[in-house]
Design a binder for this molecule. Structure first.
Ligand code: ANZ
Ligand code: ZN
Length: 827
């Protein structure tokens, strides 16, 4: 049916540039991906791509992520679901501010310009987004709700201020959350992060540590195991005991935290964090204050990661004080060192050098005794220099002698508890989330500091508290917030008592914005609340989240935390926001990440220009499993173009009319079509998109063969096959698919054509595998006709040489045949 060719150019080879221009305006009209039309009775499916930061135009990484997310969204639309696949911009943050400083302009301008560029590129890339739900987190309409949520957390005691030694980036001149310090460096600018004592705002995520861990049970098998593992390690729950030690010359005992209370008899000294209050107190009057202070000065700038490193030479100062081991009365010298952290556990430890490597290294450095209390079968740490950590029988441990590790822990814990000297305890590596930033381009913290009332929330009816104009403000990083200079904005009357007060001048970490954005999409046009209960009940939780593994900890942990808080507030009716998660790999070039400095950057726009949108999308999807990196030097966009052209040509060779009766078609091609539909669907649902593409390629070949040397283009089976191909490739190559659909005599959009129902009768293969069991154990597998009867199958099984040999002279007691799959012989 070649009669609807409406342009000269369609006679020639497949012309992607022409086809792209042709369909975009038509899709703008049809809006195939508009979700939540009134009275939509279809089941919902919320497919979410991580939203972009508007750093410039889209790059290869975006293109890959959105091509993969699109396969999922477009598939569920074809399957008849009411799919919401929205997009927005994560638009606050430092790059805009740095660009503004460089150009002496306003971060708004740079940000909104980039958003417009990205939006246009996404349209050209044919992303299946629902364009009616778009928002930007830097819109006052959005960040108003950041402020509202901040105040809700504040009301519940979950947003609070404290003085503490925080991570400080000298490059960005701002504080960082623990999550933003990567191997001691600032995640943004790679400066070495130092410590600074500051008063900052925190969200109390530690209150949720147990739930963040325990609720992961719901995500098991649905999120990548690697991400679950990273979250578990980040939260770092450890179980052990707190034990009290009497200190000579001090009334109050000191409590230490240990995961190995079974090794209590092996403690030979005590270590307190050098920068703890306890150390400062213990040193008074010992005569070594000068030495101690010099040591403190030396370690001041070191990060926790450095301090905990096992390969770091041990350093410390003996405090001239002693603790008494509660179980055997031994007198333990007390040392101050940096390898014990002030803010973990109790900031003090009992050192058991025989069984803890850092303690052993310390003992060696300062010639302290090493006492083995667990016989693990490993070499003696005194000679090997390696602490033994295995299980074994306790020795040198009084009543604990002879017990193994677990029994000894139970025994000592109950003994300590009875004597009032200790009890079991838990600790977490997770720290509260530091949310205040000393930069301009973020959500202003809605708090007013009043000299008499203290922290006063900005009244809800005054939200959004918008950012002061950037004009006239010096945005350069200088350690204090640029907002401080906006005096008209800062000086305000206290909402409670009217006294002259000042606004908080910090802005929020932009991770606050992304912690709840997925809740906003369904209610993006709601003005009087962040999201409506009805929309939440309709759309949430997110069924499928797609994004990079770089967000494995920060964004996903914060989002899970927000969801739990909102669940406690009764605002959402679930406690995990993302039911399923797919992490796509990166696009790399010649084995390494693309970067300007490496000179291996591939520009998306060049690739699109050369090969067309569909071929680039197809190449990305076909390159391998979505979790793997795509090496652009290995892919063949020209191969993709060839395949798409082959598929497109098929649509020109179909001569039957739309609506042809497929049941009259060639059976073997029909079988190939239904098998492809079945296998491709299954592959998409299990994220093996490359496999789905391979199945379509096979069907394209089979169809070509049928047309050229089999049933010819008039057979209804050929139409059935080519329609199926158009629908299947619409997930990856929407322009080609739409063009094929038109040539097949249909109206747009192919995206809404619907995944053809698979006829199980056509899936029946020419042979199937039957399993023969004896007493429930598999003994043999044989190929049989799918239409074999029970009696025939039983006869085949009993005659099989393997079975004859197994049974020997014993006659089977009973034979149960379930044709065509199974025969079980009871012998
Ligand atoms: C004695 C002991 C013997 C320990 C032994 C371990 C092995 P996680 O799993 O990380 O919780 N520790 C406690 N507080 C510390 C602090 N503030 N800074 C540095 N180290 C600290 O590990 C807890 C273990 O790390 C504790 O158990 C303690 O050493 C040390 F054979 O106590 B253990
Ligand atoms: Zn006041």
């Amino acid at each position: 049916m070649n009669n609807n060719v409406n342009d000269e150019r369609e006679h020639a080879a497949y012309d992607f540039a022409y086809v792209q221009e042709k369909w975009l305006p038509i899709w703008d009209q049809v809006q195939p991906f508009k979700s939540g039309r009134p009275d939509d009775k279809r089941e919902k499916k919320y497919v979410l791509d991580m939203f972009p930061y508007p750093s410039g135009d889209l790059h290869m990484g975006h293109a890959e992520a959105y091509a993969l997310g699109d396969v999922i969204a477009r598939y569920w639309v074809q399957k008849g679901f009411n799919v919401m696949h929205p997009i927005a911009w994560d638009a606050f943050g430092l790059p805009a501010e740095n660009a503004a400083i460089k150009r002496n302009s306003d971060p708004r301008i740079w940000t909104y310009e980039n958003i417009a560029v990205q939006k246009a590129s996404m349209r050209r890339f044919a992303c299946s987004f629902d364009w009616d739900r778009v928002f930007n987190t830097c819109d006052p309409e959005y960040y108003k709700w950041n402020q509202w949520l901040f105040l809700k957390l504040h009301e519940r005691g979950l947003a609070y201020r404290k003085d503490s030694a925080v991570n400080w980036c000298p490059g960005c001149q701002t504080v960082l959350a623990n999550e933003q310090v990567v191997a001691g460096l600032c995640e943004r600018c790679d400066s070495a992060v130092t410590k600074k004592k500051l008063n900052q705002w925190y969200f109390k995520i530690t209150d949720y540590a147990d739930r963040l861990l325990d609720d992961m049970a719901q995500l098991e098998g649905k999120w990548p195991e690697k991400v679950l593992m990273m979250q578990r390690n980040w939260i770092g729950r450890s179980t052990g005991a707190n034990v009290s030690f009497v200190i000579e010359g001090r009334t109050a005992p000191v409590t230490i935290y240990t995961t190995r209370p079974d090794t209590l008899y092996g403690a030979t000294f005590m270590v307190v964090a050098a920068d703890s209050e306890l150390a400062a107190e213990l040193v008074v009057g010992t005569g070594i204050e000068t030495e101690f202070n010099a040591y403190l000065e030396k370690i001041k700038a070191d990060s926790d990661i450095d301090r905990l490193a096992t390969d770091r030479p041990k350093s410390g100062v003996f405090l001239n004080r002693y603790a008494i081991n509660p179980v055997n009365g031994a007198k333990l010298p007390i040392w101050a060192s940096d390898y014990v952290l002030a803010d973990y556990g109790t900031g003090a430890i009992m050192a058991v050098p025989a069984h803890d490597q850092r303690d052993l290294d310390f003992a060696k450095a300062f010639k302290l005794p090493v006492v083995v209390v667990v016989e693990t079968g490993e070499e003696d740490p005194n000679t090997s220099g390696v602490a033994t950590t295995g299980d074994g029988k306790l020795v040198n441990s009084g009543a604990l002698n002879g017990l193994n590790k677990a029994d000894a822990i139970a025994a000592i814990n109950s003994q300590l508890e009875k004597d009032g000297l200790g009890k079991s305890a838990r600790n977490y590596r997770l720290r509260d989330w530091l949310v205040s930033r000393q930069r301009y381009w973020g959500t202003p913290i809605p708090i007013i500091h009043c000299p008499s009332c203290g922290e006063v929330p900005v009244p809800a009816d005054q939200l959004p508290l918008t950012l002061p104009d950037a004009k006239g403000l010096d945005l350069k990083p200088k350690g204090t917030s640029p907002l401080g200079a906006a005096t008209d904005w800062v000086n305000v009357a206290c909402p409670k008592c009217g006294a002259a007060s000042k606004r908080d001048t910090d802005t929020m970490d932009t991770f606050v914005d992304s912690s709840w954005y997925y809740l906003r999409y369904p209610s993006s046009t709601v003005h009087d609340e962040p999201f409506s209960k009805k929309d939440i009940e309709t759309w949430l939780p997110v069924d499928q989240y797609v994004g990079g593994v770089t967000h494995a900890i920060l964004h996903l942990l914060y989002s899970r935390f927000f969801t739990k808080v909102l669940s406690d507030m009764g605002m959402v009716n679930f406690n995990e926001p993302f039911t399923r998660l797919l992490n796509q790999g990166m696009v790399v070039m010649d084995g390494s990440a693309m970067s300007k400095s490496r000179g291996n950057l591939v520009a998306l726009s060049d690739e699109l220009e050369k090969h067309g949108v569909d071929a680039i999308r197809l190449s990305m999807v076909f390159a391998g499993p979505p979790e793997d990196d795509v090496d652009w030097s290995d892919v063949s966009p020209s191969g993709s173009v060839k395949f798409l052209t082959r598929a497109w040509r098929l649509s020109g060779d179909v001569t039957s009319a739309p609506g042809a009766d497929f049941s009259k078609g060639d059976v073997s091609l029909r079988k190939a079509t239904h098998k492809a539909l079945n296998d491709a669907g299954f592959a998409v649902e299990s994220f093996r998109f490359n496999v789905a593409v391979a199945r379509v390629m096979e069907l394209v070949n089979a169809t070509r063969k049928a047309i050229d040397s089999g049933c010819g283009g008039s057979d209804p089976a050929v139409r059935e096959a080519v329609e199926a191909i158009a629908i299947m490739i619409s997930l990856v190559a929407p322009f080609t698919a739409e063009e094929m659909w038109e040539r097949l005599g249909h109206k747009p959009a192919v995206a809404l054509a619907g995944w053809p129902a698979v006829d199980p009768k056509l899936l029946v293969a020419d042979s199937v595998e039957a399993v023969i069991q004896i007493n429930g154990k598999i003994k043999e597998r044989i190929d049989v006709s799918p239409t074999i009867t029970d009696a025939e199958l039983e006869a085949l099984a009993l005659a099989h040489p393997t079975i004859v040999a197994e049974l020997g002279t014993n006659a089977p007691k009973k034979v149960i045949a379930r044709a065509p799959k199974l025969v079980n012989i009871v012998a």
